[in-house]
Design a protein around this ligand. Sequence first.
Ligand SMILES: N[C@@H](CCC(=O)N[C@@H](CS)C(=O)NCC(=O)O)C(=O)O
Length: 221
Amino acid sequence: MPAYALFYFNGRGRAEVLRMLFAMADVKYTDKRIEFNDWEKYKKDMPSLTVPVLDIDGKNKMPETMAIARFLAREFGLYGKTNMDMFRIDYICDCLYEIMHDYMRYFHEKDGRFRVSQTGTSGNANPNNMTVELHRCYMDTCRRVLPFLERTLESRNNGNQYFMGDQIMLCDVMCYAFLENSFNENQAMFTSYPKLMGLRTKVAAHPKISAYLKKRPTSNW
Ligand SMILES: N[C@@H](CCC(=O)N[C@@H](CS)C(=O)NCC(=O)O)C(=O)O
């Protein structure tokens, strides 16, 4: 088994799904949590200047949340069997990533980090306006994507199992991890999605996940 090290900040954020995949597979890794104050020291060593990054055997740093998630899911047998399985898993995961990505952009902007309003690409230099705009964008994505995911889950076994049936897969773990901040911030929004809420409970009750959730470091994001 390779020596894995996962680089991310000291929060759940984009990396929590990756930590949960390691937990599902009982695979050991170094959970390298960077404090925001230390980021400038690390940034230049990250291939695309962002985290998460997965380092393999101390010589191969790989970027991008979704690429890492798919790599680990394939390694750990959580990516389905057929091309069609993978197609369904992929579009569910990509929808979930849209929510996570928009949430993280809003979250960092609100707290004054990695600001979109400072990049000069937005045409809007006012941080307060940008926070409002990014929140609106995130909520629009939720309103577009969540009903689709609810219907997708319901389309198989009336939504009473996992997305792919009776086996937990990457998309189920991602559904838990990528909606966690959204759920904690706005539980009322999720009352319209009972099947997704049922899935959340089912994933949390999976023996490997429930053991991980009990022992993971606490963080508010
Ligand atoms: N598409 C990338 C985006 C990664 C990303 O933007 N990560 C943020 C943390 S959530 C980051 O590293 N920001 C540091 C910076 O912009 O300097 C991925 O999903 O891995």
